[in-house]
Ligand binder design. Structure first.
Ligand code: SF4
Ligand code: SF4
Length: 196
């Protein structure tokens, strides 16, 4: 389906904003060859995901569309595109710059990021902070409630219930709640300080 671009909403400075972020410096080198999209493993399972298109959208100035999209949270950081790009655009790092701008933009607007990829990453972090590792009985409710998708949670329940008797999912959290995940919290704190 063709996408209609509202030129009134384009922000010509968006590419410069990205270029100023660590990792975003090379964005303007892209000549849209599509090599990144051709080798991307995420695109292999979801053809709506398209690194070349994300860069085009950013260069055109589609700031809100890019920063509010789920695409920027779907990249698996495998560095395939990074290695193959003939222009050394470093798309993996550009995605990092876009994520950083998305977080800053949401904070500025006082908005919550609702993109499922972001909510999943947050839920994952919350789990590791609480339990020291992922514990699915907490991860899935955090994710589905965070995306306001109660139906998704209900749909997954029968599958989850099959795992308990086989010991694939623990009924009890993997570690005591207090004091065991301070290392994870310290890593997060240091990362947040480094990003200030
Ligand atoms: S491979 Fe590099 S130059 Fe080609 S579209 Fe992707 S980012 Fe742009
Ligand atoms: S780093 Fe991201 S965009 Fe690039 S190939 Fe891997 S998953 Fe795709």
């Amino acid at each position: 389906m063709r996408e209609v671009i509202d030129v009134e909403k384009l922000d010509p400075d968006f590419k410069y904003e990205i270029a100023k972020e660590p990792g975003g410096e090379m964005i303007m080198r892209c000549f849209a060859c599509g090599t990144c999209s051709a080798g991307c493993p995420v695109r292999e399972i979801d053809d709506g995901y398209n690194p070349r298109k994300i860069i085009r959208m950013a260069l055109l100035g589609m700031k809100d569309k890019v920063l509010e999209s789920d695409f920027i949270w779907q990249c698996a950081h495998c560095y395939q595109c990074h290695q193959r790009c003939p222009q050394d655009v470093r798309f993996t790092d550009i995605i990092g710059a876009m994520r950083s701008l998305a977080i800053k933009d949401a904070k500025k607007k006082g908005k919550r990021i609702k993109a499922p990829g972001y909510v999943f990453a947050r839920s994952f972090m919350t789990c590791t902070e609480l339990f020291g590792k992922v514990w699915e009985p907490a991860l899935l409710p955090l994710f589905f409630l965070g995306t306001a998708n109660l139906k998704g949670l209900i749909d997954y329940m029968p599958l989850g219930m099959k795992f308990f008797p086989k010991g694939k999912i623990r009924v009890i959290p993997p570690v005591p709640l207090v004091g065991t995940s301070s290392k994870v919290r310290n890593i997060k704190k240091r990362a947040e300080e480094a990003n200030k």
